[in-house]
Design a protein around this ligand. Sequence first.
Ligand code: NAD
Ligand code: TYD
Length: 351
Amino acid sequence: MKYDKTILITGGAGFIGSHVVRLMVTKYPNYRIVNFDKLTYAGNLKNLEDVENESNYTFVKGDICDRSKLKEVFEELEVTDVIHLAAESHVDRSIEGPMEFVMTNVVGTVNLLQQAKDSWTDGDHVFHHVSTDEVYGSLGDEGLFEETTAYDPRSPYSASKASSDHFVKAFYHTYGLPIKMSNCSNNYGSHHFPEKLIPLMINNIVHKKPLPVYGKGENIRDWLWVVDHASAIETIFHNGRIGESYNVGGLNEWTNIDLVKYLCQLMDRKLGREEGESEQLITYVKDRAGHDMRYAIDATKLENELNWRPSVTFEEGLELTVDWYLENAEWIEEITSGSYREYYESMYTNR
Ligand code: NAD
Ligand code: TYD
């Protein structure tokens, strides 16, 4: 079959990437979807078991830092578009070791940009770069991140993503590469690696382990269901303007401590535990170095220009997420049985 587009989705085996791949494979049989992923600790092909046999889906194991592999894939599969999600994504890991973040997030992104520029000499193409609101830095009590907010990254992770964003824009301005960009708030949902706040807390509540809240738990994050992020990417990829960036978020701010308490109440109900039982597991631990205080997104441009809206409330999305983890205990058990234990011990023992 001749496909209308061949879209290379990098990082398609990760948390958000697997949701984007699933959406694109099932909704667009006229597109060939190529999942290009290095399969780091965060990549898991089990996330895509339900679509792996679809005829318009192909998996290629590869590193975006490997230019010759990218060239081979672009030429052999005639890649027409890119949705770029591959990244090192965890702030705490970036504090322990920033270089891996520079390699994948900066060097890997520039490699991919160069390959797209060299391969796409004519025709219609889109290079959609998926980024984070953390590039804007940390907010005080007031205000929201807008697309025009000056970049002020403060963690090694956000510094590497900010750098990649600048390169993406530079390739648009300098070489005319047809880029689009999105900067999203914190995601939650199924298939989320349990190093991040929500899946880590769900897993620890299930196992009655301490719930490590950094500092006083007063830091604020703006949470969006991953399926809604995937639909925003789909919308921007198709209808966003070339050269533009779009903020993605759901106006849904929570302090970490309120969120953890809400999760405890929800899970006490689901697990048939006594009211208040899980909250007793909350343990305040040493704060993260350089911990950004507050993130909050203004997604008006995306809503007004492209008519995108989140499809669920936070309460609905969180319930769906908790149900998924309770119904898929083997998914998280497999992940947490190996090197995760070493990671967890080095990060949380005596913290
Ligand atoms: P993740 O860590 O769950 O997945 C990253 C994926 O990239 C994994 O499958 C991994 O194997 C792959 N990968 C890593 N290095 C690679 C390399 N060198 N070559 C090829 N593949 C490689 O991350 P995520 O949470 O799904 O985030 C995806 C993207 O969305 C990232 O760019 C991240 O910055 C961005 N983002 C994430 C959030 C969030 O809340 N998680 C919010 C906004 C933006
Ligand atoms: P995280 O999920 O790592 O996302 P990000 O740092 O990219 O926002 O963390 C979300 C918030 O939760 C952040 O303020 C740090 C805090 N946090 C904890 O309090 N305890 C934990 O064990 C983790 C992983 C995060």
